[in-house]
Design a binder for this molecule. Structure first.
Ligand code: HEC
Ligand code: HEC
Length: 291
């Protein structure tokens, strides 16, 4: 803050203090001149008393003023003056973080030493994992981890990138990017609608269009597999079941094929410590592995 604004605040604060104190003391004594100490105002026969503030009320005001002066001496408030305690929000936050680190550090270290499979059966660890999930992951994967359009359900049996402890941890640590190109240019309108119907039929059954099948083999099988069951190396989903990342209606499937899809799971290794990610991995692992 520049010296001018600092002084500006100090002067305004002091003027307010003096003003408030003056008003308080100026009103201590009744100046009522009427026979019953009234102000002399009469309206519709109602008169206004001119009583001083009750003593307890007056003293409360005095205490608040003394408190505020003390506060402004010890804590920041007077422009650039830092207060004699040198208190800052950052210091306080850091102190709280340090306290929490020592308190929870041990628990985390203990959990860190346990393998994911074992940790995923530890109800205390899962509770901590769930809380961390609510804070860091629920905005995308939903509170119950069932995901939504474009955000995978982490509780079901289908995994874009695999569901071993290592694969889940890798998804969280390093993030993931799904790269499904758009196919309108290669397939043209007619091809898109043919192949869309073919993909739809992969999950619901129906007559196989040989021309569409040939196109699928040519353009799609490299990632989704010849039979359409997907490949975790590319994060290419299984197209043969009824689990859909972007919706399984004919319209949604053809939107995916025509325009492509690029889901992005953000990198978390800079945001969360490895201890925390270990615990989160156990939580996510538990969702689909524990009955
Ligand atoms: C900004 C949104 C966002 C946040 C926050 C987010 N994710 Fe994701 N996550 C995604 C998306 C989108 C994908 C799918 C990526 C793709 O389509 O290739 C994904 C994929 C995943 C996968 C892989 C799923 C699979 O099928 O293989 C896991 C595991 C995962 N997230 C766990 C987490 C955890 C744990 C957190 C919290 C630490 C988290 N995510 C936070 C958006 C998010
Ligand atoms: C380069 C690899 C690659 C190729 C080639 C590819 N896909 Fe994909 N496809 C993906 C990936 C990765 C995703 C998931 C995108 C995401 O996570 O956001 C996907 C998603 C989809 C989806 C959405 C699935 C869902 O669950 O909502 C459909 C439908 C689809 N692809 C069909 C096709 C068809 C049809 C072709 C051929 C014309 C094709 N893909 C070619 C990689 C590929």
């Amino acid at each position: 803050m520049s010296t001018f604004w600092s002084l500006w605040i100090i002067v305004l604060t002091v003027i307010s203090f003096v003003g408030i104190t003056w008003i308080l003391f100026a009103n201590r004594k009744s100046t009522g001149s009427g026979p019953d100490k009234t102000t002399g105002h009469i309206y519709d026969g109602i008169e206004e008393y001119d009583n001083p503030l009750p003593a307890w009320w007056f003293h409360m005001f005095v205490i608040t003023i003394v408190f505020s002066v003390g506060y402004l001496i010890f804590y920041p408030g007077m422009g650039n003056f830092k207060g004699v305690l040198n208190w800052t929000q950052v210091n306080q936050w850091q102190a709280e973080v340090d306290r929490a680190e020592t308190k929870y550090g041990e628990i985390f270290a203990q959990y860190r030493a346990m393998p994911i499979e074992e940790l995923s059966k530890n109800s205390k660890a899962l509770k901590m994992g769930q809380r961390m999930f609510s804070n860091n992951c629920a905005q995308c994967h939903a509170g119950d981890a069932r995901g939504g359009n474009g955000f995978p359900d982490l509780t079901d049996g289908e995994w874009l990138y695999g569901h071993s402890p290592e694969q889940i941890k890798e998804s969280i640590m390093a993030g993931r990017s799904g790269a499904m190109p758009g196919w309108l240019a290669a397939l043209k309108e007619e091809g898109v609608s043919e192949v869309s119907q073919y993909v739809k039929n992969l999950s619901v059954g129906g007559e196989v269009n040989e021309a569409a099948k040939a196109k699928f083999q040519m353009f799609c099988s490299a990632c989704h597999g010849a039979d359409g069951t997907g490949n975790i190396a590319f994060g290419a989903p299984d197209l043969t079941n009824d689990i859909w990342l972007y919706g399984g209606s004919l319209g949604q499937i053809s939107h995916s094929i025509r325009n492509g899809r690029n889901g992005r799971m953000p990198v978390h290794k800079e945001l969360l410590s490895e201890d925390k990610i270990h615990l989160l991995t156990a939580y996510v692992y538990s969702l689909s592995h524990n009955p």
